[in-house]
Design a protein around this ligand. Structure first.
Ligand SMILES: Cc1cc2nc3c(=O)[nH]c(=O)nc-3n(C[C@H](O)[C@H](O)[C@H](O)COP(=O)(O)OP(=O)(O)OC[C@H]3O[C@@H](n4cnc5c(N)ncnc54)[C@H](O)[C@@H]3O)c2cc1C
Length: 453
């Protein structure tokens, strides 16, 4: 197999220990899984040829973007070939009139943003890491702006996918809506590399808002902060970002980002509009709700520089937590509940952590009912591992009890496999049937997303 890959790709096949190690894990604590080789294609045709070679030799295939996923998604637990898409970064076309763009799967979100800078357009989805667009689609990612602009589910119009036998298909198209056929685009969005390799994607774009204001708002209590989020969403105020952060998270953020946010349950807001008047209206409505819920003041960031400082501090929350306990591994978990249950879910979770004597900073895209805990784990301490496992399990059970999900955006990978049956019931069998139909030999990222029988 290696000879065939080398004939196809030359030195864009690596079996070096360092390259394989880099591709054996993402950002999570899960045990690494070494691929036998890593390949770096530069076109859909090459991906198709690689997949055909792997299929002939019965070798597993693990698509790899930036490796920023958080549930062991890219770990080659059954060996095989890691297909690194990061040399496929071209912008294939853009249509400012139709507000859409087609890009190769290895382009990262920050490079896409840089490309769009002078067009007046933007692609808003912003996971904290500089992930690839293909990886973001494969994990159905979102970020701070999903409350206004949706997730990857809402913003991928179509894609090119290489299936498990090497066949190349295109899904969707450029029309804003279509009632023709099964929605294969949405099937591949969130499929975590288990159904095919995405090689390019057509995305929705948005005009950059003319008026933007951001603010940090501390509260007397977490209940007040969460209630503000709930009422803001229920009233339909079109906030662009509404993020919740607890005291433990702010402590590490201040230390890491050299900021001095008051240590209190806090909301980070951003408002977008086509005019200042529009933004002022939203701000007035939110300020009123927040004051009634015990807000102790809004710290405004009106200049681009101030806003960048604010959102960079927010995006670095994970790294700030990692830096707070040198030598420990981060274990990030995320759940999502219907918005009316956000406050009770957060408060019950905080009470659970307190009873266990565990500090785990809480941060979340609260407007979607989504929040994360970042546990810091001493990998050599089995007791700590068990305690965090139990807390995580109770968090997921709480979310499911409220009608929520075990993951709002990070996905299943291997970390959340054990919750799939409980969350999906008989639908899991339908997922298995789809997987068998598209990948009968179970070669595409095996062992992820769907529990193996
Ligand atoms: C600091 C930090 C903050 C984060 N914040 C967020 C956040 O706010 N929101 C959020 O949603 N996530 C967040 N994440 C998680 C992560 O960034 C996302 O899951 C991201 O979408 C992964 O993209 P990637 O390019 O790194 O993919 P990878 O980690 O390389 O791969 C992820 C999965 O997608 C598959 N895959 C990758 N590329 C392709 C492809 N071209 N075709 C088919 N399958 C493919 C892989 O096989 C794997 O299963 C964060 C991670 C970190 C480290």
């Amino acid at each position: 197999m290696f000879d065939e890959l080398r004939t196809l790709l030359g030195d864009r096949v690596s079996v070096s220990d360092a390259v394989r190690e880099h591709h054996s894990h993402g950002e999570s604590w899960h045990a690494p899984g070494l691929p036998e080789a890593v390949v770096f294609p530069t076109s859909t045709d090459e991906v198709s040829a690689i997949v055909k070679i792997c299929a002939r030799h019965g070798k597993p295939i693990v698509p790899f973007g930036m490796g920023s996923s958080l549930e062991g998604h890219v770990n080659a637990i059954h060996g095989g070939v890691s297909i690194d898409l990061t040399r496929m970064t071209r912008v294939l076309r853009i249509s400012p009139e139709d507000l859409d763009i087609t890009v190769e799967a290895g382009l990262t979100r920050l490079r896409l943003d840089a490309h769009l800078k002078n067009t007046g357009l933007m692609f808003p989805i912003d996971p904290g890491a500089d992930a690839t667009i293909g990886g973001m689609a494969a994990t159905r990612a979102s970020g701070t702006t999903a409350v206004r602009y949706g997730t990857m589910r809402d913003n991928v119009l179509g894609m090119t996918v290489v299936l498990a036998d090497g066949q190349v298909i295109t899904t969707g198209g450029r029309a804003r809506k279509s009632s023709s056929g099964y929605d294969l685009t949405r099937l591949f969005v969130g499929s975590e590399g288990t159904l095919g390799v995405i090689t390019d994607l057509t995305l929705r774009l948005y005009g950059r808002p003319e008026a933007v204001r951001a603010a940090v708002c501390p509260f007397e209590s977490m209940a007040g902060a969460a209630a503000t989020v709930i009422q803001t969403i229920q009233l339909g105020i079109p906030v662009a970002r509404i993020e919740i952060v607890d005291e433990a998270q702010l402590r590490v953020v201040n230390a890491y980002s050299k900021t001095n946010y008051p240590i209190a349950p806090t909301l980070f807001f951003e408002f977008h509009g086509i005019s200042d008047v529009m933004v002022d209206e939203q701000i007035k409505a939110v300020e009123e709700i927040a004051r009634e819920q015990g807000a102790t003041g809004f710290q405004w960031a009106s200049t681009l520089e101030d806003r960048n400082t604010l959102w960079t501090a927010r995006h670095n929350a994970y790294y700030a937590t990692v830096a707070s306990r040198p030598g420990a591994r981060a274990w990030t978990t995320d759940i999502c509940v219907p918005i009316s249950h956000l406050a009770e879910c957060i408060l019950q979770t905080q009470a659970d952590l307190k009873a266990a004597g565990v500090v785990a900073p809480l941060v979340g895209h609260a407007g979607d009912g989504n929040f994360h805990l970042i546990f810091m784990l001493d990998a050599n301490d089995p007791k700590e591992f068990e305690q965090i496992s139990r807390l995580n399990e109770r968090l997921v059970e709480r979310a499911l009890k409220f009608g929520g999900t075990c993951s709002g955006e990070h996905g299943v990978g291997i970390g959340k496999l054990k919750y799939s049956a409980k969350e999906h019931g008989a639908s899991l069998d339908v997922m298995r049937s789809i997987k068998r139909a598209l990948d009968p030999d179970n070669l595409m990222n095996p062992g992820k997303l769907i529990p193996e029988p």
